[in-house]
Ligand binder design. Structure first.
Ligand code: TMP
Length: 212
């Protein structure tokens, strides 16, 4: 039942909660599933996560930031995502390559072609079957966060976060069949139901194709 599902969204959109809920639901149904996240999910990734999120003393250049996220990703793809997909599991990843396009590409303003090249190198052809994007107005999302003082991204100004959100919406519009865009202001249970309906459908399609 090999299926790769990623969750994307701006700060405070509730994607981590929904990613965990989906993983729990699959586990309850005895469908083998793995939940992981970016940046992180490996020993190297966790160390880099700390640098990327809390490294406030040294200014990290946008290109260095791009490479650091790519390093996290290639390690995660190699150690966790690919092996589990090869074992026929559902892999759920809280953020993936589209975060880089939205944050480093649209947010930081790096050349989108360069970002794509680096993303392609880091993912090595491992692309999500489904990208679940929880869309939230920037201010609402940021105010859901308890403290922005210690986080390099949450501490960015509203203009940066607006560019990230606009970038996500553009990506979703370019590939509507692969992106599921959900209003993150909906009640949590309703969001969970929308996600489950779509995942169930994908699982059925996958199962049918294996029996052909
Ligand atoms: P989070 O795990 O709490 O969502 O924090 C990760 C932060 O890193 C978040 O602000 C988005 C940012 N990020 C990027 O800028 N580019 C990336 O490629 C990824 C994976 C995350």
């Amino acid at each position: 039942m090999s299926l790769f599902i990623t969750f994307e969204g701006s700060e405070g959109c509730g994607k981590s909660t929904q990613a965990r809920a989906l993983w729990r639901k699959l586990s309850r149904l005895s469908i083998p599933a793995v939940l992981t996240h970016e940046p992180g999910g490996t020993a190297l990734g966790n160390q880099l996560r700390h640098v990327l999120k809390r490294g406030r003393q040294d200014k990290i250049s946008p290109i260095a930031e791009l490479f650091l996220f790519a390093a996290c990703r290639i390690q995660l793809v190699t150690e966790v995502i690919r092996p589990n997909l090869e074992q026929g599991k559902v892999v759920i990843c809280d953020r993936f390559a589209d975060s880089t396009t939205a944050y480093q590409g649209y947010g930081r303003g790096l050349d989108l072609e360069t970002v794509k090249k680096i993303n392609d190198l880091a993912t090595q052809g491992t692309t999500p079957h489904l990208i679940i994007f929880l869309d939230i107005p920037t201010q609402t999302g940021l105010s859901r966060k308890k403290s922005t003082a210690n986080d390099r991204f949450e501490a960015e100004d509203i203009a940066f976060h607006n560019k990230v959100r606009a970038g996500y919406l553009k990506l979703a519009a370019e590939e509507p069949e692969r992106w599921l865009v959900i209003d993150a202001n909906l009640p949590r249970a309703r969001i969970g139901k929308i996600i489950w309906d779509r995942v169930k459908q994908l699982l059925q399609t996958e199962k049918a194709s294996r029996h052909e």
